[in-house]
Design a protein around this ligand. Structure first.
Ligand code: HEC
Ligand code: HEC
Ligand code: HEC
Ligand code: HEC
Ligand code: HEC
Length: 637
């Protein structure tokens, strides 16, 4: 375990900033006026003033310069990348549990083929010219480094480029920071050859070895190729390279809002915390207790070691096994599982591409999806209790980041509560989901999600309406983020990394959330379940309806429909008996006494639904009185 990057404000953070400024070209935030937008953007030291003229239009005229970011650049690689198929001969087909080839069933292996990604990429290019360049950087990194990212619709990506985040990509990555001074000496040489070094890890600002020297966690003298032991590969900061995503065209303003920076120029500041945050999975982890050291999680995330700290500990749990067919077992062989919240897109990838290219098979897809479901079921704990006339549902986050984390568009988690009467008839439901239409009733329950949107300035410049939106590259505001923080949460810490709750509050240290439901009278039992959905209907419809460029939105929609509309996964379930059938109306709770009689009578007189104890519901009649007296006489509970 280990973590390299420290947030701004710490000594290390400042040292990293200095080091990178020293090394590279200097950005000159100057006066840049005039653009096809009909808008004058004046960017001086991070201030942007917009003067909208007219309605505005799309795409925003950004250029490749706007998406320039430090790190290795296209054309820098000297010895070419190899297809993962060349690793197959030695790193696959010997142990279904430990072989690195498990990678093939991960979403990262399919990141460049993912049809949801393609649909979103088309809209990104529609919204802001050349913005697809930044998407390709992470979703097809070898292709990006080989200069195949223009045109930015990805049409120049071929062959191994489509292997997404592939073996050779990860295993040639170099630590650009090395705060602990543990990097191998070869890394320093690579950094010296890199013109611009990142300020902190994010947005695909990787540095790779320009030669083919494969880095990994171990000393592997038996390896049949050049290898270098690299502590970076066991640190979360390696994953941070792509699992903190910022939009570099928006600059953070002194008031905490984000405004479009100068056009046709790289960001005034490459520090991620000065740019618009899209995903903050790594930073959420960095501010959690997991970043401070191992926590015993009782083995809930698999592997042989119950102590977990880093991303790898949960997403690549160690088991006993070999790394190559002719080498000995290692007790700490990391499994290349990389499952997350995606429970159906892998199948869509297989439907749309030949197995020969994807390395997928029916078994690989089924195994990976069932692992993702298992991970989601282990992500949280559910407790249900009764507090007077309320049912209290507590969800505890057991992950190393927010629950849910990551891709904010479409991912969501919600509570479904069902109330049953003594005849086991469903009398009320909150958070109902319709499997046929994929519609979720959101008004009467809690949905955990992040919602991003378009601010007034961007609206004026683009003509898109202010407020909630799925436009990845246009969004410059966070409207909602009530996702449950991880262990060790502090408001100050999360604020520092642009991951504070929005339109929700969590106290310092709180890594659970409570939701109360009024128990309808007549309830004898309640069932509570927590659901996770990879893609909401609203998002998939957006991808289809907003696309004016190509068929990728329709393709994504068709797969979604074919595969059950992103079937929700039940993460937790609990059934609980309700004493006194909901007739325990007043304190002291726990038994029926004269205070309840008084409350019942007042409720009956004022037609309070709480006194409507028996069918026919919706009217107040003697059946309610008889039911109440029966419960009272029956010595409840
Ligand atoms: C001819 C066989 C062979 C091929 C082909 C091969 N490897 Fe290896 N590789 C090995 C062996 C053997 C080891 C040592 C394994 C051990 O000791 O556990 C190894 C070790 C590694 C390590 C671990 C290094 C460390 O320090 O921990 C990495 C990473 C690696 N290989 C990546 C790759 C990649 C990426 C490819 C394809 C581009 C590949 N290998 C192709 C045989 C091979
Ligand atoms: C997303 C990045 C990523 C990708 C893609 C990836 N690996 Fe790894 N790999 C890692 C990390 C990180 C570790 C070390 C994890 C740890 O020790 O906790 C590792 C460990 C290894 C090891 C060391 C185990 C040993 O026996 O020495 C080998 C070999 C290896 N990977 C080969 C591969 C091959 C082959 C592929 C493609 C099939 C691949 N990796 C794809 C990140 C990746
Ligand atoms: C070069 C960029 C890159 C690096 C480095 C990287 N990732 Fe990823 N990762 C991605 C991309 C892109 C996706 C999304 C793939 C998709 O869904 O299309 C992804 C997806 C994932 C997912 C699955 C998400 C889901 O929706 O199910 C997990 C888990 C994950 N990565 C873990 C890791 C870990 C752990 C590391 C570090 C060892 C790591 N990644 C390093 C780019 C990267
Ligand atoms: C304590 C275990 C644990 C640690 C540590 C951890 N994760 Fe996760 N991760 C999970 C679980 C469980 C899920 C599934 C629930 C969810 O989506 O939040 C998950 C989900 C994800 C997803 C999928 C999100 C999506 O939208 O599909 C990504 C990506 C991811 N983790 C990356 C990371 C990275 C990067 C790190 C390190 C910075 C990390 N995780 C650390 C347990 C962990
Ligand atoms: C810094 C790396 C990075 C960049 C840049 C990036 N992505 Fe991703 N993308 C990821 C990761 C990591 C995930 C999955 C992780 C998660 O859910 O937490 C992901 C997931 C997605 C998904 C969800 C896929 C699914 O199957 O549900 C879509 C869609 C997507 N990205 C589209 C885009 C588009 C469009 C762009 C460019 C505007 C883009 N990404 C830029 C890293 C990146």
């Amino acid at each position: 375990m280990g973590f390299g990057w420290k947030p701004p404000g710490t000594l290390q953070g400042r040292l990293v900033v200095k080091a990178s400024r020293k090394s590279g070209r200097v950005f000159t935030p100057a006066l840049i006026a005039g653009s096809a937008l009909g808008v004058v953007w004046v960017g001086i030291a991070g201030f942007a003033i917009a003067e909208p003229r007219g309605g505005g239009s799309l795409p925003v005229p950004t250029t490749l310069n706007d998406y320039f970011m430090p790190g290795s650049q296209p054309g820098d690689v000297i010895v070419s990348f190899q297809s993962s198929s060349t690793c197959m001969g030695c790193h696959s087909d010997f142990s279904p549990d430990s072989e690195p080839w498990l990678w093939a069933g991960s979403m990262m292996a399919q990141a460049a083929r993912d049809p949801i990604y393609h649909a979103a990429l088309a809209i990104a290019n529609q919204d802001a010219s050349f913005s697809g360049d930044m998407c390709i950087r992470c979703h097809a990194p070898m292709g990006w480094l080989d200069g195949h990212s223009t045109p930015t619709d990805g049409s120049a990506l071929v062959g191994k480029d489509l292997e997404g985040v592939a073996c050779h990509m990860c295993h040639r990555m170099v630590d650009p920071f090395d705060p602990d001074g543990v990097a191998p000496p070869e890394d320093a040489m690579v950094l010296a050859m890199t013109a611009d070094l990142p300020v902190n890890p994010h947005s695909g600002q990787y540095v790779v070895d320009y030669d083919d020297r494969r880095r990994g966690p171990f000393e592997t003298p038996s390896a049949s190729h050049a290898w270098i032991q690299s502590p970076f590969h066991q640190s979360s900061s390696m994953c941070a390279t792509c699992h903190d995503v910022s939009n570099p065209v928006y600059e953070r303003q002194p008031d905490g809002s984000y405004a479009l920076g100068a056009l046709d120029a790289q960001a005034a500041d490459h520090d991620k915390y000065e740019q618009f945050p899209v995903e903050r999975t790594y930073s959420e982890w960095l501010m959690s207790e997991f970043a401070l050291g191992p926590i015993d999680m009782g083995g809930r995330f698999g592997g042989d070691n119950p102590l977990v700290s880093s991303c790898q500990d949960c997403h690549m749990p160690d088991i006993n096994g070999p790394g190559c067919f002719f080498t000995d077992d290692r007790p700490d062989m990391p499994q290349h599982l990389f499952n997350g919240g995606n429970t159906w897109v892998l199948q869509a990838v297989r439907n749309l591409n030949p197995d020969m290219e994807t390395f997928l098979s029916e078994d690989i897809v089924n195994d990976s999806i069932s692992r993702a479901v298992g991970l989601l079921q282990n992500a949280s704990d559910l407790d249900v209790s009764i507090d007077g006339t309320d049912l209290v549902v507590r969800i505890t986050n057991q992950t190393g980041h927010k629950l849910p984390t990551g891709y904010p568009e479409g991912r969501r988690m919600w509570i479904n509560t069902r109330f049953y009467d003594s005849g086991d008839t469903l009398i009320a439901e909150r958070g109902a989901y319709n499997d046929i239409t994929a519609e979720l009733t959101t008004a009467d329950t809690k949905v955990y999600e992040a919602k991003l949107g378009i601010g007034a300035d961007v609206s004026a410049a683009t003509g898109e309406p202010v407020g909630e939106s799925f436009h990845f590259v246009l969004n410059n505001e966070w409207l909602k983020d009530n996702r449950i923080p991880p262990r060790g949460f502090t408001n100050a810490g999360f604020d520092l990394v642009q991951a504070a709750p929005v339109a929700a509050t969590y106290a310092d240290g709180q890594y659970w959330d409570d939701t109360s439901y009024a128990i309808p009278a007549g309830t004898t039992r309640a069932e509570v379940s927590v659901w996770y959905q990879t893609a909401s209907k609203e998002y998939i419809e957006f991808l289809r309806d907003e696309n004016t460029t190509d068929t990728t939105g329709q393709t994504a929609y068709d797969q979604w429909e074919l595969l059950g509309k992103s079937p929700p996964v039940e993460m937790d379930f609990m059934s609980i008996g309700i004493p006194c059938n909901g007739a325990d109306l007043a304190e002291p709770f726990g038994s029926l006494d004269f205070s309840d009689v008084a409350a019942f009578l007042v409720g009956f007189a004022t037609m309070d639904p709480a006194s409507d104890l028996a069918p026919p519901f919706g009217s107040f009649d003697f059946s309610d009185v008889v039911t109440f007296l029966g419960l009272f006489g029956g010595g409840c509970p």
